[in-house]
Design a protein around this ligand. Structure first.
Ligand SMILES: C[S@@+](CC[C@H](N)C(=O)[O-])C[C@H]1O[C@@H](n2cnc3c(N)ncnc32)[C@H](O)[C@@H]1O
Length: 337
């Protein structure tokens, strides 16, 4: 049955999708060396052309629209609500960031690299005790923890997530004001926050949701306040064939282009005062290695399909950044006083 699905899925969703799904559906845990090699090596020109050309350009938005009828809650649960203990196996031990770290040297640990990232973003947010601060998509509370270490002001820190497991984790370990709510559809009180920030959450916002959300957030920030955003986006306006593959990992999410982000935020009235570009690849490799080191424990915590999906996610994403399709960006934006 499994091999029979390959030509069918290749025809509808393209060869990359079919190949990845074939790997994910393996009834046994995948061999890590083979997976990394097969998903990152430079493809011969014909294979490369095929994977980039199919599904053909005009069909891609239609396929994606058909695939994303489900709401955000189901898509987030599918990826995140598998087991907090599973994520603990490969994320950094101090904060549990599930977003790109800053490796200053190739031989640094994921803990050191996430500390650099946390400190860089802390500098961008520049939080002060008494300021009301909101994180959109707060994960396991990593950045809330770093801000709290700095200001000591837990009461004014708020986070939103659509993962029930993350809410439970927060209640058990951190005690921040974390709500289970959709930051896209939420109603925000006008001028209620000094700073709103997000780290790796805008990737889940669909293109037609970006501009309305920017307008809402602009109103929710106090005059002179700011919005800090760490995100990855498509480097061009092309809707790559890889957008279809991303449905295997984040069902219901579609990334937007860099230009679409600029237009939506500037259109809402924000002024971009900081931009920096970061390299996601070392983080993806570090998570992959950690997961492989913990393979036996991982397979006690999640089923084989979930393990295989996570194992393919890292090299497939690595290739996306390596080929320059995606870029990882940090912005600070100010609301004019
Ligand atoms: C890649 S994780 C990043 C988590 C955290 N910011 C970090 O740096 O580790 C994405 C987070 O965004 C949240 N998220 C995605 N879409 C959301 C939505 N529409 N409303 C609320 N949270 C959302 C997920 O639940 C998850 O917590």
């Amino acid at each position: 049955m499994r091999p029979l699905l390959v030509p069918l899925e290749a025809l509808v969703y393209g060869p990359s999708y079919a190949y990845l799904n074939y790997k994910i559906r393996s009834p046994t845990p995948l061999d890590h060396d083979t997976v990394w090699r097969d998903l990152t090596f430079d493809l011969p020109p014909l294979a490369d052309w095929l994977r980039n050309s199919w599904p053909i350009g005009p069909v891609r938005p239609l396929l994606l629209r058909a695939k994303i009828k489900q709401d955000h809650v189901l898509g987030i649960a599918d990826h995140y609500d598998v087991s907090n203990d599973f994520y603990e196996l490969f994320l950094d031990r101090r904060y549990m960031f599930y977003t790109c770290a800053d490796f200053h040297h190739p031989d640094e640990t994921i803990e050191e690299a996430q500390q650099h990232k946390a400190d860089h973003i802390l500098g961008l947010i520049d939080p002060k005790p008494g300021q009301r601060i909101l994180e959109l998509g707060c994960g396991w509370g990593a950045m809330l923890k770093r801000i709290c270490e700095h200001t000591g002001d837990k009461d004014n820190l708020h986070g939103l997530t659509l993962s029930k497991e993350q809410v439970d984790y927060n209640n058990q370990h951190n005690g921040f004001h974390v709500e289970f709510d959709n930051f896209i559809t939420r109603t925000y009180q006008p001028e209620s926050y000094d700073t709103i920030y997000s780290i790796g959450a805008w990737e889940h916002v669909r293109p037609d949701e970006i501009a309305p959300l920017c307008n809402k957030l602009y109103d929710a920030i106090k005059p002179g306040g700011k919005l800090v955003k760490h995100f990855f986006c498509r480097s061009t306006d092309d809707l790559f064939a890889t957008a279809v593959c991303s449905q295997l990992y984040f069902p219901g999410s579609i990334g937007s282009s860099y230009r679409a982000h600029v237009e939506a935020f500037e259109g809402a009235g924000f002024r971009i005062t900081h931009r920096s570009i970061h390299d996601y690849r070392p983080t993806l490799r570090a998570w992959f290695d950690r997961l492989v080191e913990s393979r036996e424990r991982a397979l006690e915590l999640v089923d084989v399909r979930t393990y295989n999906r996570q194992l393919t996610f890292f090299p497939a994403s690595w290739r996306y950044f390596h080929e320059g399709r995606g870029m990882l960006v940090r912005w600070v934006m100010e609301k004019q006083g």
